[in-house]
Write a protein that binds this ligand. Structure first.
Ligand SMILES: *Cc1c(COP(=O)(O)O)cnc(C)c1O
Length: 368
């Protein structure tokens, strides 16, 4: 943990995004933000109170994430996408005891949840996940109806919901999303009157016919678009900015270099600032010689290779720059060159990976 790095998370940006998403879904549709992986790196500790107030539940990936929400005092609906695997009875029992809604995708998963429910002496609530084309977790669509019948015949387990997940909802071509949707709908006819959900951020933003009873947006809650192909103009506001301070400013004569591999040569007498953040803190190494940071409102290009804990930026054109000046490594302004979406583009990845990686090594603070 680096006490000198700060991720500032804007509560008002998150509130705004929730409001935007609420405006897109119908009155009766529940909003269940996906908060897996420490809120995509934004920090559960700071975001929990903001989100708990405005939403109808939480979706997480891992069982311990679900239990963490309970330990924060959350009593509402929590859906866990993954299970307690490999005979971890203690966690399996906790999930049932603490009334976490678990995902079932096979008979064997059902049996282990049933066994936990027996040990604990409490009914387990489950949602069935159907694989309609994503080809990852979920019961194959052809076997879904069978599994529904088996769950309904299982004493200790109650089927309260059914869901699927889209593989290409963030692409312009809707063909396979609509194929997945059609397959999902064909199974719903057999599912009875339980909660149905399918929409991630992309589908929540762009495909109202996928909203059903609940939506599960992740990245949009935090203010980024799921992909460049899906540029909805609903006005999402990125909620994260990352700040550091310059720890050194030095003169570098023309013809010199900075960083491992000496990959950047300074053609003129320059001033270089050292920023104490690197790939160990989640700042991608392949942003070397590509990205910019902002100092005193001006762009400072990242020069040379990003190291594990530090990197060098060119501050020659920024007047009055000095040690201790604030460096905006990530901007929450979606039009800034150092916003998450642009850094994802430059690094050849997606906004999700940028924010997830930045979560670990720094202090998170809630700002308004
Ligand atoms: C991660 C995840 C989501 C959220 O996806 P976004 O693209 O961030 O909106 C929704 N549903 C499931 C099953 C997921 O794994």
């Amino acid at each position: 943990m680096k006490n000198y790095l700060t991720a500032s998370i804007s509560a008002s940006a998150v509130r705004h995004n929730i409001q935007v998403l609420r405006g897109l879904i119908g009155e009766g549709v529940k909003l269940c933000p996906v908060v897996k992986d420490d809120c995509f790196g934004h920090g559960m500790d700071v975001l929990y109170p903001v989100l708990a107030e405005l939403t109808d539940g939480f979706a997480v990936a891992a069982p311990l994430e679900a239990l963490e929400l309970r330990s924060k005092g959350y009593h509402g609906f929590i859906l866990c996408f993954l299970s307690a695997y490999f005979d971890d009875f203690k966690i399996q029992d906790e999930l049932v005891w603490q009334e976490i809604t678990q995902t079932v995708m096979s008979k064997s998963a059902l049996e282990s949840i049933q066994a936990a429910a027996r040990r604990v002496g409490k009914r387990a609530k489950v949602h069935l996940k159907v694989d309609t084309g994503m080809g990852r977790l979920g019961v194959p669509a052809q076997q879904a109806v069978d599994l529904i019948k088996t769950i309904n015949a299982t004493d200790e387990v109650t089927l309260t919901g059914i869901y699927t997940h889209f593989a290409t909802a963030d692409e312009v071509d809707r063909t396979s999303t609509f194929r997945q949707l059609e397959l999902f709908e064909s199974i719903l006819a057999e599912a009875g009157n339980i909660m149905r959900h399918a929409a991630n951020s992309a589908a929540t933003l762009d495909l109202p016919e996928t909203h059903f009873d609940m939506v599960r947006p992740g990245i949009a809650v935090y203010g980024c678009h799921p992909s460049d192909q899906l540029k909805s103009n609903v006005g999402l506001q990125p909620c994260m900015s990352v700040k550091a301070k310059l720890i050194a400013v030095k003169h570098i004569p023309a013809g010199s270099h900075s960083g491992y591999g000496l990959t950047h040569r300074y053609d003129r007498d320059s001033r270089v600032g050292v920023v104490p953040i690197g790939y160990g803190d989640g700042y991608f190494r392949n942003l070397s010689n590509k990205a910019v940071v902002r100092i005193n409102g001006r762009d400072a290009p990242v020069r040379g290779r990003v190291s594990m804990d530090q990197m060098t930026v060119d501050v020659t054109d920024i007047t009055d720059v000095k040690v201790g000046d604030e460096v905006e490594v990530i901007s929450s302004d979606p039009t800034a060159p150092n916003c998450v979406e642009n850094l994802a583009r430059l690094a050849g990845t997606i906004p999700y990976e940028i924010t997830c990686h930045l979560g670990h090594n720094m202090r998170h603070e809630l700002v308004d």
